[in-house]
Design a binder for this molecule. Structure first.
Ligand SMILES: C[S@@+](CC[C@H](N)C(=O)[O-])C[C@H]1O[C@@H](n2cnc3c(N)ncnc32)[C@H](O)[C@@H]1O
Length: 204
């Protein structure tokens, strides 16, 4: 393990609650992470084969190296802006065992830009941890979600609602997707929202 911060420094770890609660099988699912930062979330999702109980998943987020690995998890595209890619790529390389590295691709994705580099609707899950914070990016972030999302796609966004503008993003999201809150941690004040196209409200 190198370079990654402890997950208490960010809100990635909360993602594993909805996955675990629903018992989602990530085997061969296609997942994209937006605004990955250090890549912690995308790395852990690459390491997961099946979702297992909360305590184990939390341990995984705390100490990814302790997990028993299986080379049959998700295919994960881990993205961020160009400026973040070098650090992100080195984190991914340093924290995935060689047999799982082909399952994780690090790619530039600046919201709203060059979206043709990504096949429309190609992903089962779109994940974003703490990416709703810059109002000037809201329209581009929504455009990106719409491009990547198909009828079957589940979007999961973990957010800490810090400012009025963050609620504005949720309003914009609700205008385009069916949105529900799937987890709230009151001690950390972190919400996880699920969004899907149209009126779909599938249980993942
Ligand atoms: C608060 S950090 C969260 C990082 C990581 N997801 C985590 O939870 O630790 C926000 C991330 O969004 C990325 N970001 C901000 N604006 C962006 C944009 N317009 N396009 C793509 N990524 C962007 C930043 O580079 C940064 O990595």
């Amino acid at each position: 393990m190198e370079q990654l911060p402890h997950p208490s420094c960010n809100i990635c770890g909360f993602f594993f609650f909805p996955f675990a609660e629903k018992g989602i099988d990530l085997k061969d699912r296609s997942v994209i992470e937006l605004g990955a930062g250090t890549g912690l979330l995308g790395i852990v999702v690459t390491l997961l084969e099946h979702c297992i109980p909360h305590a184990v998943l939390w341990d995984m987020a705390v100490g990814v190296s302790h997990v028993l690995l299986s080379p049959s998890g998700a295919h994960v595209t881990i993205t961020d802006r160009a400026a973040a890619l070098e650090f992100l790529e080195s984190n991914v390389q340093a924290n995935l065992p060689p047999e799982l590295r082909p399952r994780a691709v690090v790619k530039e994705l600046t919201w709203g830009k060059d979206l043709d580099n990504f096949t429309p609707g190609a992903f089962d899950f779109i994940l974003g941890a703490d990416i709703v914070y810059l109002e000037e990016t809201f329209a581009e972030l929504l455009q990106t979600l719409e491009h990547l999302c198909s009828e079957r796609t589940v979007i999961l966004l973990s957010c800490r609602i810090r400012y009025e503008r963050d609620l504005k993003f949720l309003k914009m999201l609700r205008e385009r997707f069916s949105v529900s809150e799937v987890h709230y941690d009151s001690s950390k004040d972190v919400h996880i929202y699920k969004a899907q196209r149209g009126s779909r409200r599938d249980d993942f």
